[in-house]
Design a protein. Sequence first.
Length: 348
Amino acid sequence: MPSDYQNSLLCTFSRTDLTLQSCTAALAREVGRASPDELLGAYVIDLFSPHSLHEFEAYLLAEDFSSSIECRLAGGSQLGGMLVKLAHAEDGDAFELSFLPAQDHSAEIARLRNEIERLRGQSGRLERLSALLTHDLRGSLHAVLSGVEVTLHSVGDTLPPVASKQLQHVKRAADSMHGVLEDVSQLLQVKYGNYPLTLTEFDELVDDVILQLSPVTPADATLRRAGPLPSLMCREPLVRELVRNLIENSIKYRAERPLQVDVEAEGPTLVIRDNGVGIAPEDLERVLSPLARADRAGLNEGGTGMGLALAVEIAENHGGSIRLTSDLGVGTTVYVTLQSVYEIREDD
């Protein structure tokens, strides 16, 4: 056996049952395994990405030893594909597969690694700046609010009406700024926080959110999960906040009739539908931006204009998106698609 055998990308597999009989350490590492032993007895098709299975199966059935094909490996670290070459093994009941990079991507890999390091450094600086900014703003805002509240409590009755009115105005503005600051802080946490992916039962998550919102839910409102929801791999605290924000929006912008909010699923897309005041067509895109609020029949005095923007950021954090449809006076439907998560089906 050549001295560089284990550094080659090689394997042999049975012609009858397609199970791997041998595998080099280099190939095992290339498909994300710690050692060749983890692959012995596995099917040869387990080496390939799902996108390359059709091409490999056709190549294997043809038994064309004079040609090679380009495929991608399962969990492979290479940027491009691998050239796969089929040959007879020493054992007459086995085939040998050899793999070579289709192209030399070493320069591109080095460039991408440098870019990743640059972005990590930039992200770290932004994170530190954001934390400092929110900390300093919180301190200054707390001083303003405390001063106004102490003044109104101690000498408010003796102040001229104009002065008292101005202090009340300052307090309302400071309270509003505090809300914006908290929402911006949440937005930064979504961008820079470290939230691992966990398997999340959306049935339980939505039921919990509805229960938590019960103290602020009007007596004539019905919040319900309409049908079963999927179990997804997601960043659970973030998605919980997304669902809470969207249901709170429905409560905040309700119509005079009894409120109905339904949460259901269309595949991996979460759908939240209400019968509230609705949003004008010209506002549908704008309300997804930070600090933007729609003119919802004069009901937009409260809120910071960050709720939907935060929901969008969380969806994008999962490789997804948010889409709105709405009719003024009829209601609004929000579609949350989480593209980068995996749906766990009942029969899996």
